[in-house]
Design a protein around this ligand. Structure first.
Ligand SMILES: [Zn+2]
Length: 284
């Protein structure tokens, strides 16, 4: 087989804009700075809420004849539950924004550990947002048994809910995005030679090996230039690649987000219920 020639590609203006319209191309052009800042801010609020819940847990129970000390206008135990709920909501909110950003600008999967850590930063935040509280509550000699038991249960449940909804079940990688981008570029523009009768999807199609100069245009422009149909080799290869590429990654990401936000709503409801039960129990 003769040696493959380097192609000189002449790209039409319409082809240039066509290849920048795909989903992956749009993602690459999109900024995720706002989403990242939003998630970090929410995570910071979560840590502040955790700190306040810890402070509330350190207020000693009043003696029999004493008025209860209020913590930010609430009974300390109520305050503790309220701040854990805020903690939970902010951890999950931050994680959802973080995951959304990762599905627009994914990390490279070349290093499996950093890829996992980057995608599941929310899981780590869920641990950081509850474990110190749990440890300090359990080792707090001043806290009464009821505060310890109920506070620990609420915090553990909240941590599990936050952890499971922060986990990225469908991680998206920079490599996958590049594949999709290639597919988008391949299908939105075509290649052809002056002398040829057909147009090609792939620049490296074997039938183009001997061509020095290639035109890259939209399909419409190729037809206008007299190229009658798509090359059969390219068609076969394209069909094969489509079958192998996980279709609609972005839709998958979208539905994962929707599911996650439903989980958050459920979690918030659960925590509210627990809080009501706790309050009822306190009143009794
Ligand atoms: Zn071809």
């Amino acid at each position: 087989m003769a040696e493959k020639k380097e192609h000189k590609i002449i790209t039409s203006d319409a082809a240039k804009t066509a290849s920048s319209k795909g989903v992956a191309a749009q993602q690459i052009a999109q900024s995720t700075v706002g989403l990242r800042i939003g998630s970090v801010v929410l995570w910071i609020v979560a840590l502040v809420a955790e700190f306040l819940a810890i402070k509330a847990s350190f207020i000693p129970a009043p003696a029999e004849d004493e008025e209860a000390t209020l913590f930010m206008g609430m009974a300390p135990f109520t305050a503790l539950i309220v701040f854990l709920v805020i903690d939970l909501i902010c951890v999950i909110g931050g994680s959802l924004l973080w995951k959304k950003a990762n599905h627009i600008h994914p990390a490279s999967e070349k290093n499996a550990l950093t890829f996992w850590l980057w995608n599941n930063l929310g899981v780590i935040m869920a641990a950081v947002a509850f474990i110190p509280f749990i440890i300090l509550l359990l080792t707090n000699k001043n806290a009464d048994q009821k505060t310890k038991t109920v506070g620990t249960i609420v915090a553990v449940v909240a941590m599990l809910i936050a952890g499971f909804s922060s986990y990225d079940y469908n991680p998206y990688s920079a490599e996958e995005q590049q594949e999709i981008l290639k597919m988008e570029e391949a299908t939105s523009t075509v290649f052809w030679t002056e002398g040829g009768k057909v147009f090609h999807i792939y620049e490296d199609c074997q039938h183009l090996n001997q061509s020095e100069e290639l035109h890259q245009t939209t399909t419409q422009e190729a037809e206008q230039a007299g190229k009658e149909r798509l090359c059969k080799t390219c068609l076969k290869r394209h069909e094969k690649e489509v079958a192998e590429t996980p279709a609609e990654v972005s839709e998958e990401g979208q539905s994962a987000l929707e599911e996650a936000s439903e989980t958050v709503n459920d979690a918030v409801e659960d925590v509210k219920e627990v809080k009501n039960e706790v309050e009822e129990a306190v009143e009794e």
